[in-house]
Write a protein that binds this ligand. Structure first.
Ligand code: 0WE
Length: 255
């Protein structure tokens, strides 16, 4: 029970295939008490049904991460139900579909702004409000992807957003270290989620990783979730500002 008695907020569950949901299940298995956010009425039922399967009613908050008032309301609600907080999972990203299909060159000002607002700035916006509740230290984990670092065709503006997210993790880790709040990024290999399914050529990408990765396979969502538990738990007490790759070794290969 690596997370026994700990309370956490999970941001980014959309459906049963979400990486955020796999992390929630693993954290629950390790004894954590969880609260969830959902983005808009559209996802309320899905998140509510999933969280109900964990037994006991998990607190749910509507939270569009581009809306400061909704983020404020989420933490106001958390203050009432939890009082204090031990961890936060950030697993949200969005870019316009048309900007993930063409060249990076065509990225619009509005598409760039939206992708960075949802996928990068939101971590800082959430951390600002979470930290006052992390009175006994804490752990913040953000999901990222290798496209932050190397060009992955069609990842485009999301790659720029994830690069900003990874840099934000380092700057937040620096600021929050004295408060004993750790901040890390978890760089998952490709996983078939709702966010991935809309992407043309995703199946071929998975085949490519399978043939090149040292472990000769794609990562399992449960492996990503277990690594997240590690980063949330005292087992990783000396690690902050880090990007941990959980990608079957794909990122270490040069040729
Ligand atoms: O971060 C992601 C996915 C992020 C994502 C996905 C979508 C699809 C639907 C952000 N915005 C949207 N907007 C939509 O309208 N991944 C790591 C998965 C992913 O997405 C890719 C990938 C991989 C891998 C896009 C292009 C190329 C590779």
């Amino acid at each position: 029970m690596l997370l026994e008695g700990k309370r956490g907020l999970i941001v980014g569950v959309a459906n049963k295939r979400s990486i955020a949901w796999a992390i929630a299940q693993a954290a629950h298995r390790e004894g954590a008490k969880l609260a969830f956010t959902y983005q808009g009425e559209r996802l309320k039922e899905s998140v509510s049904e999933l969280s109900a399967t964990l037994g006991g009613a998990s607190p749910l908050f509507e939270c569009d991460v581009t809306n400061d008032a909704q983020i404020d309301a989420t933490f106001q609600g958390l203050k009432e139900v939890f009082g204090t907080l031990d961890f936060l999972i950030h697993a949200v990203a969005f870019a316009k579909k048309e900007e993930l299909e063409a060249e990076f060159l065509i990225t619009s000002r509005e598409g760039y702004r939206l992708a960075l607002d949802v996928s990068s700035y939101s971590l800082t916006a959430l951390a600002q409000r979470a930290v006052p509740f992390m009175t006994d230290g804490g752990s913040i984990v953000a999901l990222t992807y290798y496209g932050a670092e190397k060009v992955i065709p069609r990842y485009n503006v999301m790659g720029v957003a994830k690069a900003a997210l990874e840099a934000s993790v380092r700057y937040l880790a620096f600021d929050l270290g004295p408060k004993k709040v750790r901040v890390n990024a978890l760089s998952s290999g490709p996983v078939q989620t709702l966010a991935a399914r809309g992407i043309s050529g995703f199946t071929d990408m998975m085949k490519h990783v399978e043939s090149r990765a040292p472990l000769r396979r794609n990562v399992l969502i449960e492996e990503v979730a277990n690594a997240a538990v590690f980063l949330l738990s005292p087992l990783s007490s000396g690690i902050t500002g880090e990007t941990l790759y959980v990608d079957c070794g794909y990122n270490i290969v040069g040729m």
